[in-house]
Design a binder for this molecule. Sequence first.
Ligand code: GAP
Length: 463
Amino acid sequence: MTEQKKDLMEKITSLCKRRGFVYQSSEIYGGLAGVYDFGPRGVELLNNLKRAWWNANVYQKENYYGLDAGMFKHPRVWDASGHTSGFSDPLAECKKCNNRIRVDKVLNAIGISADEKMDEKKLNELFDENRDKISCEKCGAKDFSKVKKFNLLVKSNLGDFTSEGLEPVYLPGEACQGIYLDYKNIVDSMHPKIPFGIAQIGKAFRNEISPRNFLFRVREMEQADTQLFIRPNENKDAYERIKGEQWNWLLSLGVKKDNLQWHQHENLVFYAKDAWDIEYKFPWGFDELMGIHDRSDYDLTQHMKFSGVDLNYMDQETAKKYIPWILETSMGMGRLSLVVLLDAYDEDELGGEKRVVLRLSPKIAPVKVAVFPLLKNKPQLVEKAGEIYKMLKKEFAGWVEFDDNGNIGKRYRRQDEIGTPFCVTVDFDTIEKDAGVTVRDRDTGEQTRMPISELVEFIKSKI
Ligand code: GAP
């Protein structure tokens, strides 16, 4: 990453902390790597993204069903899914300071094509060929252990009363397994006609060897998944269609088209028949934002084999019984939050003053409108602004803020920095001439006067 781009990540991380978007978990204890907390503004942004996603992927779709499966699952689930044997990343350890590196990513950084799906032998060969070019980022040594595959599943002792932890229950390595396990319940209770979809936003945990780049690679994440159940071999058109839908949905959030690209996997993960990523242009280069996978009948076949329960679908239209194939879209909501923040971040000059501005789409901005009295020490202005604030809060709840701290310019700057699209100011004309309020546009800085009675409809029309 160039200094300028590293600088952008630092600016975003610092803005997120300063303005209540995202904090490092357990910060007062020195932090816990790979885990983040969403603060008051962050949780609004995240919830707006989740709501927009749910709307597009459940409510606006025909024949899609929502789900919220429990996180813990029977331990055999992860044997059936292939995660206990095949869900691993390559690790090497610095012999001098014990720092652990993720080998495929370190090789990528020096221009060598490698990924976590390669076997240990191949990864060791590539690593050995390039050892002289790789030094430990912590101590600078070039003395690493051999490459070993490290399983990413996180274990818990839920319901395991053997003191040695002999019967671990895993935290979900991918949220979608909950969908496969409830597929039969949904078929039996909702009687969906194929093709049908199941959508879920659920937590997943991975023992990532080197969590990094803020929200990009974390150990605790939330995945938004859709699984489309289709007739065998009817995957081609449907796959293209869901690829297009997800791409367009990202654009509808305001993400810039030039910052997105497609990437097809050459080396496939154990469950996939075909896999494409939508990549975003992060400060370190294009990298995965969302995975779109053709999983064929892999998952249901595996679960049928391991559970002994018949997972065939009885197709009333064709009078045939079969295991449906599955097309998946999967995206980390934290990673998406980082993408919209990076994409919206801007520094410009307005009215001769430099400012930082988040040009978030009003649809996802954590605060839609801020209300100010022009002067803090004029009770009639403060009172009127308070009334308008309450009126807007009834309509927009947590999306409204009141601010009378510092001069008006400073208040605008603060709201610009968190991406608030509109600021409403009560001034003397509001009180003395019944002339409404000023509404200031974040992007242009332009102010227009508007009757108070039109405010709610105006904001609604923008979000
Ligand atoms: N069910 C399929 C699945 O889990 P994946 O490609 O491993 O596939 C899907 O993950 C998405 O989840 C990724 O595209 C990314 O957005 C997000 N994701 C995966 N690992 C992540 C991590 N360590 N930190 C943040 N997001 C992650």
